[in-house]
Design a binder for this molecule. Structure first.
Ligand code: NAD
Ligand code: MG
Length: 362
């Protein structure tokens, strides 16, 4: 199935299907005018899946130039941006060529940014291999590397030409990474799609166990939600895209508290953050306690943490609030919190007093 991202002359298709990797070559022929494609990937993904992608491309008459980087968040740095960009130039990649990002969000963000600056912009294609990247980072055109001052602080809005999603790739993903990505799936239901949240309550177990139909439905629904949001607010200027940050202000503070270490994966921080956003909204009378409890129960039922201490983090409200003040989503000295009136009813709230958040967290 195909979901379209409607952005005028920068529109692109997201192709989704079990086993689609085998058809990647046929899909990519129009994006390989020289009959070769550079594929940027990480060592873990390369070991498990690069042979299959290469075979598919070769069968379509496309030669592959692989660029394999180490796995992990630390890869998203200046040194690798330079390395990838210089390699692409040495390979003779031209503006009309596409560069393929084959991996999770780390590879997608870095490769997209490299494509945005290569010869002032060449095309690129996302073939995401983690659940998080299949439902979130591969769609929407945010690209970045990390800087000394913080995560994702250097980058560009730069849309891919195509996204190819094969849920079968998730078979090799560690369960903890799968669950972390699942938190971002739940997020779409919590923002504005109560029916999807209900569907997830019924189908989460099958989805996480690898049921192909459930996976495709969840990924397609997530991509459709993200595509609509991005089409309405590509550059995060009118507040619509900000809703995608539900759970992220709290989550980001928790990640910062752990020094962005493996102790807390991004999606785990988001799970706790969403539970806290509902908890805070309930405590302050914005939404019902029943909805808050229902959200926490669902996240916990799949093994996601819903409280800082269930992830082994004991932070004071004060220290978490201090991290929130560092958040790049601050504007005019005020934090915009994404709060809720209920499940599927998220909104941007600029009236939140940080001291109340501190007190709630304590
Ligand atoms: P990741 O790319 O580091 O992948 C997680 C781990 O899974 C890595 O060790 C990787 O090697 C491994 N892996 C990937 N695919 C695999 C597979 N199929 N089988 C086995 N192992 C596999 O992390 P991620 O969670 O995909 O992405 C996180 C990154 O995405 C962060 O840098 C974050 O800032 C970024 N992000 C970007 C956006 C955006 O809009 N651009 C949105 C959300 C997150
Ligand atoms: Mg996120």
């Amino acid at each position: 199935m195909t979901v379209d991202v409607a952005l005028g002359d920068r529109s692109y298709p997201i192709h989704i299907g079990a086993g689609l990797l085998a058809r990647a070559g046929a899909l990519l022929v129009p994006l390989a005018p020289r009959g070769r494609l550079a594929v940027v990937t990480d060592a873990t993904v390369a070991a498990q899946h690069l042979a299959a992608l290469t075979q598919s491309l070769n069968e379509a008459g496309i030669a592959v130039d692989p660029i394999v980087l180490p796995a992990g968040e630390a890869t998203k740095n200046w040194a690798n941006l330079q390395l990838v960009t210089e390699k692409l130039l040495a390979l003779g990649v031209e503006r009309g060529d596409a560069v393929v990002a084959f991996g999770g969000g780390v590879i997608g963000d870095l490769t997209g940014f490299a494509a945005s600056i290569l010869r002032r912009g060449c095309r690129f294609v996302q073939i995401p291999t983690t659940l998080l990247s299949q439902v979130d980072s591969s769609v929407g055109g945010k690209t970045a590397i990390n800087a000394a001052a913080g995560k994702n602080l250097v980058g560009a809005f730069y849309q891919p030409s195509m996204v190819i999603i094969d849920p079968d790739l998730l078979d090799t993903l560690p369960p903890r990474e799968l669950r972390a990505g699942y938190a971002e799936v739940v997020k779409y239901g919590l923002i504005d799609d109560f029916a999807f949240f209900e569907w997830l309550e019924t189908n989460a177990a099958a989805l996480l166990a690898g049921d192909a139909e459930a996976r495709v439905h969840a990924i397609a629904t997530s991509c459709r939600a993200k595509a609509a949001t991005v089409a309405a607010d590509e550059h995060e200027t009118n507040g619509r895209r900000a809703l995608l940050n539900l759970g992220h202000t709290f989550g980001h503070a928790l990640e910062a508290e752990t020094g962005f270490s493996d102790r807390l994966l991004h999606g785990e921080g988001v799970a706790i953050g969403m539970a806290l956003a509902f908890g805070f909204s309930a405590t302050t009378g914005r939404c019902s306690g029943r909805d808050a409890a229902r959200v926490a129960a669902h996240l916990a039922s799949v093994g996601l943490p819903v409280l800082p201490r269930s992830a082994g983090i004991s932070a004071t409200g004060k220290s978490l609030a201090a991290h929130m003040l560092q958040d790049k989503k601050m504007s005019g000295g005020r934090l915009a919190f994404i709060l809720v009136h209920g499940i599927g009813q998220a909104y941007v709230d600029k009236s939140v007093v940080l001291a109340d958040v501190e007190a709630f967290l304590d």
